[in-house]
Design a protein. Structure first.
Length: 535
């Protein structure tokens, strides 16, 4: 009887099994459908966030590009101490074949010199566009290029870009731009891009890397000699200090590292040594080190510094303190090593050597670029909104200050150009500059732009002024005319030249001119004389 009950129960159980399985299948289907729906919603939400993030990044960089364009859009003559010298050389190269006055005064060198970067880029453009427009386009491309180089470095070394490279807008208008070292800034951008390639192409066969980087290093040499040296510092410090156990690297890697420099070194060896000049003096200033360290962040005060070193304290001392003390910031070793070596060179190297000025300035800006490219923020929640806003405000203030300074000086450039229009084409100038303190309100800037303003005669009248850069450039001056010369100090100008014209920049401190000069034009900060030959 019991077995029959068990059998009956078994039959009932067996009969209900398909129904139970059907219910389980329906439950699993509903569960799968819900899971698929959740997954689908999550993917759509994630893609939406990704699209929103991408849109945000694009808008930020577009706004930054527009902001950085403001100084070049609101001025006629770009403001930089050496800018007019470079633009005068480009103007001569572009028009010497069709301008007899330029052909009488200048000649283009055929040497393969290590300062051809902007010459080769801008000479064709200067044949089609006004030279001042070419200069503004070029400088705008440089400030954009610095931000772009930081973005490329960040992508290469951290596999992401994000918004961090936008902080490079704060150093886009820097001391190098203020001093007019615009050929070297082009070299910085190319050196940083080649350094990024050096990191990303490590897995390629050594022979391909040898060919690739030998060509790139040679282009850097032809662009600017110090950019070639900068790239050498970057890759050597990366290999020796940035990577772990460098002594275990295979020999072929060291062959690529050293061999890429050989063509540039050979070209320098065969180059005429007169490019070095006769000045072998070395100038070192401890106070100048403060200015050099501040140079990435200053434009108006690039010549005098912030006076109290506040920029150095805020931007070179506090971030390392936060890094090591609070763990707020992190910098990969492979970028920290080259950046620290560049900062060490900024402190150790003299201001001038072998007639080359601002050696120390030239390494602080790329050090700042490397730092911005690699920084990773691990800040508290409250600081995640404060830091971007603070950087944006500082960038806007800095660019606004640069724009105001350029606009202020633009009127004086226009005034002098109007006066020079009275001169005949091919006019030759002697420049006299007052060395005493200017009358308050007369000088548009503390920057020594007045020593190079006479190059407007080259650009506007196809003329000549003795401060024309010729010793290390692709254009020479004919018939032994002096070049690379500072203006004659006003206190020592006692005898008029035998011919030509005299531009006396007095900055409100007028002195009686020597005999033999006839006043042609009088400006707010200058007098323009013709030499009469009668003493």
């Amino acid at each position: 009887m019991q077995s029959c009950r068990r059998l009956e129960l078994c039959r009932k159980t067996d009969a209900g099994q398909p129904r139970i399985e059907a219910i389980n299948n329906q439950t699993r289907q509903h569960s799968n459908m819900n899971s698929s729906a959740i997954t689908s919603f999550g993917m759509r939400f994630s893609h939406g966030l990704s699209r929103n993030r991408t849109t945000e990044i694009v808008l930020v960089y577009a706004a930054l590009a527009a902001l950085l364009a403001v100084p070049m859009m609101t001025t006629e003559v770009p403001l930089g101490v050496d800018d007019l010298n470079h633009l005068a050389r480009i103007y001569v190269r572009a028009h010497i074949g069709s301008d007899p006055d330029l052909a009488r005064l200048y000649r283009v060198r055929t040497d393969i010199i290590p300062y051809l970067g902007m010459d080769l880029l801008l000479t064709p453009l200067a044949r089609a566009l006004p030279i001042m427009l070419v200069g503004r386009i070029y400088i705008l491309a440089l400030v954009w290029g610095l931000v772009g180089a930081v973005a490329v470095l960040r992508r290469s070394f951290t596999s992401s870009i994000g918004l961090a490279p936008a902080a490079a807008g704060l150093i886009a208008y820097n001391g190098l731009i203020a001093w007019g070292l615009i050929n070297y800034v082009l070299g910085i951008i190319l050196a940083l891009l080649l350094f990024a390639a050096w990191h990303t192409q490590r897995s390629r066969p050594w022979l391909i890397r040898f060919v690739l980087f030998t060509g790139g290093a040679t282009v850097l040499y032809l662009t600017h000699l110090l950019a070639f040296a900068l790239y050498g510092v970057l890759v050597v410090s990366y290999e020796i200090f940035g990577l772990a156990q460098p002594w275990r690297r295979p020999l072929r890697d060291w062959v690529v590292l050293a061999g890429q420099a050989v063509p540039g070194l050979l070209l320098w060896t065969f180059l005429n040594n007169r490019m070095l000049g006769a000045n072998f003096g070395i100038i070192y200033s401890a106070v100048g080190k403060l200015f050099a360290l501040e140079s990435p962040f200053l434009f108006r005060d690039a010549m005098t510094g912030s006076r109290i070193g506040i920029v150095v304290a805020l931007l070179w001392v506090i971030p390392p303190y936060l890094t090591f003390r609070g763990g707020w910031l992190a910098l990969p070793r492979i970028l920290a090593a080259p950046a620290l070596v560049l900062l060490a060179l900024t402190i150790i190297l003299p201001i001038g050597v072998f007639g080359i000025a601002f050696i120390d300035y030239r390494f602080a800006v790329p050090a700042a670029c490397l730092t911005l490219a690699g920084l990773r923020f691990k800040v508290p929640t409250w600081a995640r909104a404060v830091i971007p806003v603070a950087m944006a405000v500082l960038t806007v203030m800095h660019v606004a200050d640069v724009s105001a300074l350029m606009h202020n000086c633009n009127g004086q450039y226009a005034e002098l150009r109007t006066a020079l229009a009275a001169l005949p084409r091919g006019a030759e100038l002697t420049t006299v500059l007052e060395q005493t303190e200017p009358i308050p309100g007369v000088a548009c800037a503390a920057m020594p732009i007045y020593a190079h303003m006479p190059q407007l005669v080259t650009i506007d009248r196809s003329g000549y002024a003795p401060d024309f850069f010729a010793k290390v450039t692709s254009v020479n001056v004919r018939r032994g005319r002096p070049t690379d010369s500072d203006p004659v100090p006003a206190e020592s100008f006692a005898t008029a030249p035998s011919t030509g014209y005299v531009l006396w920049i007095h900055l409100g401190q007028r002195r009686p001119p020597p005999p033999g000069l006839l006043l042609l034009r009088r400006g707010t900060f200058f007098d323009l004389f013709a030499v009469t030959g009668k003493v």
